[in-house]
Design a protein. Sequence first.
Lengths: 276, 276
Amino acid sequence: MKTVSENRCFGGVQGVYSHSSDATGGEMTFGLFLPEESQFGPVPVLWYLSGLTCTHENAMVKAGAQAWAADHGIALVFPDTSPRGADVADDDAYDLGQGAGFYVNATEAPWAPHFRMWDYVAQDLPTLLAAQFPLDMERQAITGHSMGGHGALTLAMAHPGRYRSVSAFAPIAHPAASDWGRKQLTAYLGADETAWARHDATLQMRATGFDGPVLIDQGADDQFLDLLQPEALAQAMAARRQDGTFRMQKGYDHSYFFVASFMEDHLDFHAEALNG
Amino acid sequence: MKTVSENRCFGGVQGVYSHSSDATGGEMTFGLFLPEESQFGPVPVLWYLSGLTCTHENAMVKAGAQAWAADHGIALVFPDTSPRGADVADDDAYDLGQGAGFYVNATEAPWAPHFRMWDYVAQDLPTLLAAQFPLDMERQAITGHSMGGHGALTLAMAHPGRYRSVSAFAPIAHPAASDWGRKQLTAYLGADETAWARHDATLQMRATGFDGPVLIDQGADDQFLDLLQPEALAQAMAARRQDGTFRMQKGYDHSYFFVASFMEDHLDFHAEALNG
């Protein structure tokens, strides 16, 4: 593991590190905020998965999460959204290839060898974090924005017992029925839709739900509402009587200004599950 | 005036606007955060002046100020740091020309016609803001980072009665004695150092001080300490018995992670002067 940068931040340290990943077969970069409390012992961890076109950096500098994570003594992990590099397949579209890993393990060419973000976030990076940093991996929670909200919800529901709570900002809620999803799931996983099921939060909510509390925030003026399909997830949550809250936020769009506006609520929500 | 963008943010609106400026003789862009309270009447204003290489956007997306401004019902103005455009003089160095206006009215070629950021921030933009937005211009305060901290302090001391409070994050505190200053003041104002005096916070603190409270935060691990010369300003504040606080913050560097870490304190400080 290599230290890219470390900056003092809200009494803790905002670091950026890179490492060679078995899952993606290449060098990966991530951000990690460690609160002051980590000097005295392992602290709980909140994963933040980012959206299309983002790197590890966007949320780290724009979401304002460190202020509230510091208040609660919680670490924040900011993984990248895909493998990177000249030897990694890519596409001209912003929503496929590099910057658009969709948190799946690709089985189709040309994506299969590197695009394994599901394993990267679920196995590779947690193993590294547990070995290298003072983190209590028994206390994990997960959140994300847009494609990252999709990743957070699907990873959480597929790993019962691992994440104590899950939240999402404007998640891609039903990718199997959306142009933000069908294109990517076909490219990465092939045309057989049975392989898609665990990568669709609405389908997973219908099938199993989540074994802890859920918080979803969605801007009512989001320019991508038709692609995100929040109503499908809200209906599935209601039908399952899922422990959770779905909030439609008047006037908010898809930007980081929306994410930052409700970050305190999400940190409070996860802190109750992690520290309560 | 043209609306570039408006995003709902912490119950208010983060806007970006552009307008033709008499002071700089060209199109200027600025950010303005209006808190929810502005729907019901004029709100007080905190100016945030940015540092070298920044535009109106950096602090707007990275400093996390809107969270605390919303708490206090205060508007935030984020001006650009220089005139811009193909017809505006520039220099290859990051610290001269576009992105490096130093908050002065240039008198020397080739800078003189456009580089009038002092008048832009002190006259042009306030006039526009007062005419276009629900702002209480009787309640203004000013802050900034690095070159912007220099701008905030020098503007505040040169305009007694205008700003109720002034603060700065790692300001360029003594430019007349620093490589971040001598080069720019020579280029913009000429070699006669008597013209520099009102553009040096330490010299102005020695000469007049500020007619309100002052808050300075400086990272002890700032990589630019020798250029910033915070000790000169701290000594001048002490000698004058200036109403104010100078804090050397252990472990912090020059980045926005430092700025964001203490933004809540600065908003609390200004809110007491603006709303108290």
